[in-house]
Design a protein around this ligand. Structure first.
Ligand code: GLP
Length: 248
C-alpha cells in the first residue's frame, strides 16, 4: 500500500493486533541485533498497550527474544511522582516490561516526574533521544480528547518535550486509578508533537468503543492542534491498529 495516500489502518481482533505489533517490534530488534546495533523503541503507557507488553514478555520467556540491544524512550510522566510511586509511569514500565525482560535498565528512559529546572530536564531528554540516533518505532495510544503522549488540545505541531498542564477529561479518565480526581497530578512532562513525528515509524493502537469518535476525528478530521493526533496524518509512516469497536 502507498504511504502517501491514506493513513494505513489495520482493523482486527485485539489479540491479533497486539501480536502483529509484537512482530514488528521483534523484527526491529532482531534486524538491528544482527547488525550489532541498538533498536530505539518509543513506548506508551495506559491500559491499551498492556497486552502488547504481555506478549513481548511471553516471547522473551518462551522464545528467547532478547532486549539487550533495545533502548527505550517513554512518551511522558506525571509531575510530582517519584519513580517508585505506584501510579508513576516509571513504575508501570517496571511492572509491565522492564522488570520482566533483559533490557539494560540504564538504557530505558522516561521523562522525569521531578525536576528543578523544567527546561533543562526537557532538553536533556531531547538530547538523549538524539544521542541514540532517534526513535525507530514509536508506539502510541490516544486520549479521549485526541492527545498523544500528554500533548493536550492546543499542542502545536512544533512542540517538543516540555512541561504541560493536563486537560480535565484526561484527569477524569485517570481518577479511578488514583482514587479520586483530587489525587491526579495537574501537570506532566511529555515528548512534544514534533518529537513524536520525528520517529521513523509510528503505530497508534486504539481499542474499545470509547475511542471510536476521537479515532474517526484523528484520521479523517482537519489537521489542527485542537486534536493533536490529527498531526499523524502528516507522517508518512504511521499505521493505525484498531479493534472493531474503536474503528466503528
Ligand atoms: C494517558 C497516556 C497516553 C495514553 C492515554 C490513553 O493519557 N499519557 O499516552 O495514550 O492515557 O490511555 P488508555 O490506553 O488507558 O486509554
Amino acid at each position: 500500500m502507498d504511504n502517501f495516500t491514506k493513513p494505513k489502518v489495520l482493523v482486527g481482533k485485539k489479540a491479533d493486533l497486539m501480536s502483529r505489533l509484537a512482530d514488528e517490534v521483534e523484527m526491529g530488534i532482531r534486524m538491528r541485533a544482527a547488525e550489532n546495533r541498538g533498536f530505539v523503541l518509543g513506548l506508551a503507557t495506559g491500559s491499551t498497550p498492556i497486552p502488547l507488553y504481555q506478549e513481548l514478555v511471553r516471547r522473551h520467556r518462551e522464545e528467547g527474544l532478547s532486549f539487550q540491544n533495545v533502548i527505550t524512550f517513554n512518551l511522558d510522566e506525571y509531575e510530582g511522582l517519584a519513580p517508585d510511586h505506584p501510579k508513576s509511569y516509571h513504575a508501570y514500565m517496571e511492572k509491565h516490561l522492564f522488570g520482566q525482560v533483559d533490557v539494560r535498565l540504564e538504557r530505558t528512559f522516561l521523562p522525569p516526574g521531578n525536576y528543578e529546572d523544567e527546561n533543562r530536564a526537557a532538553q536533556y531528554y531531547e538530547a538523549k533521544i538524539r544521542e541514540f540516533g532517534g526513535i525507530d518505532l514509536q508506539i502510541l495510544g490516544i486520549g479521549r480528547d485526541g492527545h498523544i503522549g500528554f500533548n493536550e488540545p492546543g499542542s502545536g505541531r512544533e512542540t517538543r518535550t516540555r512541561r504541560v498542564a493536563l486537560a480535565e477529561v484526561t484527569r477524569e479518565d485517570a481518577a479511578s486509578g488514583f482514587g479520586g480526581i483530587e489525587n491526579v497530578p495537574t501537570h506532566a512532562m511529555t515528548m512534544g508533537v514534533a518529537t513524536i513525528l520525528e520517529a521513523r515509524r509510528i503505530i497508534l493502537i486504539a481499542t474499545g468503543e470509547g475511542k471510536r469518535e476521537v479515532v474517526q476525528e484523528a484520521i479523517n478530521g482537519m489537521v489542527n492542534s485542537a486534536v493533536p493526533a490529527t498531526f499523524l496524518q502528516d507522517h508518512s509512516n504511521t499505521a493505525w491498529y484498531l479493534d472493531a469497536a474503536a474503528a466503528g
